[in-house]
Design a protein around this ligand. Structure first.
Ligand code: F6P
Length: 361
C-alpha cells in the first residue's frame, strides 16, 4: 500500500518534522510514502518523489536520508504553494488521475485552512481518502488548540520583543511591533501576554483606523505621563488590522506633536516569524499529529483533520491529546475564529486582559 503526503499554503516550522514522522510511522507499517512537491500543484503536475526506500536483505522500508535530515529544520523539504489551479474542477480531475496512476490509497495534507478546504474538495469530489494535519503560524484553523508552527513563531516573536524592549527601555521609547497572522490576531495576542505588552491591536476587534490612532495616542500618554511613568511602551500589532503600520506611526507622531517628550518607533517582524527550526513542542505535536493521521488512514477515516483538542469534542484516538474532526466542522469553526464570533476568540481576549492588563484595541 502507498500513501502521499504534501505541504500546502504558507510554510510553518514543524512541517518537516511532520513529514519525517509520517514517513517513519508509515514505513514501520510497510507503507510506501510518496512526497508530492509544491502542494496541490505537484499533484496536478505529477511531481512526486519517493520518501521511503527498501533497506536490508528483507527489504524493510525506511525514510530516505533527506527526510531524516530535514526533520529538525524550518520550512518544508517538499516545497509549498497556494495553488490557484486547484480551484478549478478540471485541475482537480487531473490531480485525481495522478493519485490513481501512483496507486496511492490515501493522502495526508499538511497545511492551513485553505489546504484543509482543498483536501475536503478532493475527498468529496473524487472519493480520495484524505487526512489533514493543521500547520500554519497564524493559528486560525478551527478545532485545534494549536497548529504546527505556532509555538516556534511565538518563541521568535517573544525573543524579538525582549530585544526591542531592552533598547526601548534605555531610551524611554514606545515601539509598535507588527507580527504576521493574516486575518488572525492570535500571534499578537499570545505574544502580548508573554511579553507583558501594554496594548495589542487585533483585527478581530474590528476597530477602524481613526479609533486605533486615538486609542494608541491615549495609551502612550497614559503610560509615559503621570503616575505610570513607564520606561518603555510595547504595542503588538497584528498584520490584519485596518491601518498600515507606517501610516499608524505617522499619524500617532502627528497627534503627539513635535513637543512630545517620547518617541514612537515601529518594527515589522514579517517573514522572520515564519522561519526557524521548530521548537520542542512543534516537533512533539508534529509526531503526535502524524502518528494519528497515518493510523486514521489505515482505519478507514477520511475527510478529517487531526486536532489538539482537550475538550469533549471530536473522535477519540489512541492519543489523549489528539482527536479527529470532520474537515467541514473545522472550516465552520475557522470562519467563526476569524470574524471574532467564536467563543474561543472571546475567551482568549478576556484572559489576555485579565492576566496582563493588556488593552485590546
Ligand atoms: O499564512 C501564513 C502567512 O505567513 C500569513 O501570516 C501572512 O499573511 C502570509 O502567510 C504571507 O504570505 P506570503 O509569504 O505569500 O506573502
Amino acid at each position: 500500500m502507498s500513501i502521499g503526503v504534501l505541504t500546502s499554503g504558507g510554510d510553518a516550522p514543524g512541517m518537516n518534522a511532520a513529514i519525517r514522522a509520517v514517513t517513519k510511522v508509515a514505513a514501520s507499517k510497510s507503507l510506501t510514502v510518496w512526497g508530492i512537491r509544491d502542494g496541490f500543484d505537484g499533484l496536478i503536475d505529477g511531481n512526486l518523489q519517493p520518501l521511503t526506500r527498501q533497506i536490508g536483505k528483507k527489504g524493510a522500508l525506511s525514510p530516505i536520508p533527506e527526510v531524516e535530515d530535514s526533520g529538525g529544520h524550518g520550512g518544508t523539504m517538499l516545497g509549498s504553494a497556494r495553488s490557484e489551479r486547484f480551484y478549478t474542477r478540471e485541475s482537480r480531475i487531473v490531480a485525481a488521475e495522478v493519485f490513481k496512476d501512483y496507486s496511492l490509497q490515501g493522502l495526508i495534507v499538511i497545511g492551513g485552512n485553505g489546504s484543509m478546504a482543498g483536501a475536503h474538495v478532493l475527498a468529496a469530489e473524487h472519493d480520495i481518502p484524505v487526512v489533514g494535519i493543521p500547520a500554519s503560524i497564524d493559528n486560525d484553523i478551527g478545532l485545534t488548540r494549536e497548529a504546527l508552527g505556532v509555538d516556534t513563531a511565538l518563541n521568535t516573536i517573544v525573543d524579538a520583543c525582549d530585544k526591542i524592549s531592552d533598547t526601548a527601555r534605555s531610551h524611554h521609547r514606545a515601539f509598535i511591533v507588527e507580527v504576521m497572522g493574516r486575518n488572525s490576531g492570535y500571534l499578537a495576542m499570545a505574544a502580548a501576554v508573554a511579553t507583558a505588552a501594554d496594548a495589542v491591536l487585533l483585527p478581530e476587534q474590528g476597530s477602524g483606523p481613526d479609533e486605533i490612532v486615538d486609542s494608541v495616542v491615549r495609551e502612550l500618554k497614559r503610560s509615559f505621563e503621570g503616575a505610570r511613568d513607564k520606561a518603555r511602551v510595547l504595542i503588538l500589532k497584528a498584520e490584519g488590522v485596518s491601518i498600515a503600520t507606517e501610516t499608524l506611526v505617522d499619524r500617532v507622531r502627528a497627534e503627539l506633536g513635535p513637543e512630545s517628550v517620547f518617541e514612537v518607533r515601529a518594527t515589522i517582524l514579517g517573514h522572520l516569524v515564519r522561519g526557524g527550526n521548530p521548537s520542542f513542542r512543534d516537533r512533539l505535536l508534529a509526531g503526535r499529529f502524524a502518528f494519528t493521521a497515518v493510523s486514521a488512514l489505515l482505519e478507514g477515516h477520511t475527510d478529517v483533520m487531526t486536532g489538539w483538542n482537550l475538550q469533549g469534542l471530536g473522535t477519540q484516538t489512541s492519543d489523549s491529546w489528539i482527536k479527529l474532526f470532520p474537515i467541514t466542522a473545522v472550516l465552520e469553526e475557522t470562519e467563526a475564529l476569524l470574524d471574532g464570533s467564536s467563543a474561543v476568540t472571546m475567551d482568549r481576549v478576556r484572559r489576555m486582559e485579565a492576566i496582563q492588563g493588556v488593552l485590546a484595541i
